[in-house]
Design a protein around this ligand. Structure first.
Ligand code: ZN
Length: 137
């Protein structure tokens, strides 16, 4: 909305009725505006570097640079997984279904002394910490 007056020009952020712009108010507006048809909210972890959060956030939205996702804009010779060469390289395959990923998760669960990690898709990996009974560590 535009109001014309003789006063000095100014911008007013009134989406949350506080008239003061903040990144938090933009975030709240975007979350409330997207409705329930979009992906669930991503839970950011303050205990890890931001680049890991961004990687997990992008993986949660299937926006990592896998061969399946790259083929839309990049001319690549094969979309097959470079580790197993049995399935297409998607986010879910790369992090959960690939034989290499399964071995990595098994090693991590042994190393952390927690029950075996079984994930069927990338989002399962993002929720594992919620079902782990071994405490915050
Ligand atoms: Zn694979």
């Amino acid at each position: 909305m535009v109001r014309l007056s003789n006063n000095k020009d100014s911008w007013i952020w009134n989406i949350d009725r506080e008239d003061e712009f903040s990144v938090n108010s933009v975030k709240k507006a975007l979350i409330s505006d997207r409705g329930s048809s979009h992906l669930p909210n991503f839970e950011w972890c303050k205990g890890v570097p931001i680049k890991y959060n961004i990687m997990a956030w992008r993986g949660n939205m299937d926006r990592l640079a896998t061969r399946i996702n790259l083929r839309r804009n990049v001319d690549i010779t094969s979309v097959m997984c470079p580790f197993c060469d049995e399935y297409e390289e998607s986010v879910d395959h790369l992090f959960t279904a690939c034989s290499v990923a399964i071995r990595v998760w098994a090693a991590i669960s042994t190393w952390c002394n927690i029950p075996p990690i079984f994930a069927f898709d990338f989002k399962d990996l993002m929720d594992i910490h919620n079902s782990n009974q071994e405490g915050k560590k």
